[in-house]
Design a protein around this ligand. Structure first.
Ligand code: NDP
Ligand code: MG
Length: 393
């Protein structure tokens, strides 16, 4: 058939659900090839019933047996697979055109890399894979002949404001990339007010509705730090070409400044269906069901400098990409461990940047020569973070 075959890695998450919403609006263009979930079997079951993919992937054999039973009762023909290899298989499958990389965290790296090596069109939400292994990942995209499209709203905005092809930012006449961020739910809180914030407060983002991990990252502004690294790789930018700007309204999704003084921005409602639809249909445009901006009601758009004192994760991330090697992978791993400990109420909110800084300090490993080096750096950093976390209790 002529339909574009789509695999969604992390279908049961926030990005996955928004992607399925766009696909449902355009079932004359897209067909679901595979859906993957992890802990939410009931939700994945509902999605399989609605979209009838060829494959569904879950975490383990028990979950696979359970989902298979549920689907059989419905007369549904979706084949259920499980485990990490299955994630890579449905991402790299010869019949797949497009892979939406929307697993959260380091678990997204291997299947997203498989899609790159197999030359797929990749809609990248999983920024952690670029943070961990940017050099290897970009090389795999190039050699595999893949098309990498950024779903992250800021990067999608920058992508839309840059020329279609360019040798370097300088050649394109770009003088600055302005990466905007809302500042998160604690933008106006002083340090002492941050001491006792709860996971519930950290996960209540004023503008965006997202998964728990990225919500906490947004509250610590580690998300903006990870996005800084993501932007360096995606746009072949040096760190001195990117500037972080706090924009509380989340209407301007990022900007590109050119040598002649022109600044281009992309605006829209804070709704991830816009960047997802932009990538799915690229280079064309499709309806995304998103509320339009009412400019007569936008009373103000503010822009501020970020506060590196209250949000130390910003500096840690910028230093990490400048240091290079496996340092970004190490801070990403430390952050994942710290966020999990915070969500489990084992450590406080301000301990998150301490854990990340602790692992970053003195981390000196060279360039990873392959995926194995990245994975061992990730594991070593997690162990260091865990050891430090136990001293904090
Ligand atoms: P969610 O937590 O909502 O969803 C995560 C998805 O990954 C779920 O499908 C989950 O399955 C699955 N998953 C979790 N752990 C594993 C694992 N170990 N192996 C395989 N699958 C796993 O996250 P979001 O959708 O919010 O974010 C996904 C990615 O997109 C992140 O990298 C995030 O940074 C990025 N992103 C998200 C944005 C947003 O608005 N949400 C914006 C920009 C980027 P299950 O739920 O079944 O357990
Ligand atoms: Mg973003």
């Amino acid at each position: 058939s002529q339909l574009e075959q789509v695999t969604i890695l992390g279908a049961t998450g926030s990005i996955g659900v928004s992607t399925l919403d766009i696909i449902a609006r355009h079932n004359d263009k897209f067909s679901v090839f595979a859906l993957t979930g992890y802990s939410q079997i009931d939700k994945l079951f509902e999605q399989c019933v609605a979209y009838a993919p060829r494959y569904a992937v879950v975490a383990n054999a028990d979950a696979a047996a359970q989902l298979t039973r549920m689907l059989k009762l419905q007369g549904n023909k979706t084949q259920v697979l499980y485990g990490e290899q299955a994630l890579a298989d449905v991402a790299g499958h010869v019949d797949v055109d497009t892979v939406v990389a929307a697993i959260v965290g380091a678990a997204g790296l291997v299947p997203t890399l498989a899609a790159a090596k197999q030359g797929k069109k990749i809609l990248l939400a999983n920024k952690e894979s670029l943070v961990m292994a940017g050099g290897l990942f970009m090389a795999a995209v190039k050699h595999g002949g893949a098309t990498l499209l950024p779903v992250d709203s800021e990067h999608n905005a920058i992508f839309q404001c840059l020329p279609a092809a360019y040798e370097s930012l300088e050649h394109a006449g770009v003088s600055r990339v302005l990466l905007t961020g809302s500042g998160g739910p604690f933008r106006d809180r002083c340090r002492s007010e941050l001491l006792n914030v709860t996971p519930e407060q950290a996960c209540a983002h004023p503008n965006w509705s997202m998964g728990q991990k990225i919500s906490v990252d947004s509250a610590t502004m580690m998300n903006k730090g990870l996005e800084f690294i993501e932007a360096c790789w995606l746009f072949n930018a040096r760190s001195d070409q990117i500037e972080i700007v706090v924009h509380p309204q989340s209407i301007v999704h990022s900007m590109v400044e050119y040598a002649d003084g022109s600044v281009l921005c992309q605006m829209g409602m804070p709704d991830m269906r816009t960047p997802i639809a932009n990538c799915l249909s690229w280079p064309e445009r499709i309806e995304a069901g998103v509320e339009r901006l009412d400019f007569t009601r936008l009373s103000q758009l503010e822009f501020h400098a970020p506060d590196f004192e209250r949000f130390p994760c910003l500096r840690i991330a910028i230093d990490a990409i400048n240091q290079g090697g496996t340092t970004p992978a190490a801070i990403n791993a430390a952050n994942e461990e710290a966020v999990a400990a915070f969500l489990a109420r084992k450590i406080g909110f301000l301990d998150i940047p301490s854990v990340v800084a602790q692992v970053a300090n003195g981390w000196s490993h060279g360039e990873p020569s392959g995926l194995a080096d990245v994975i061992s750096a990730d594991q070593e950093a997690r162990a260091l973070a865990q050891r430090y976390i136990t001293t904090l209790k």
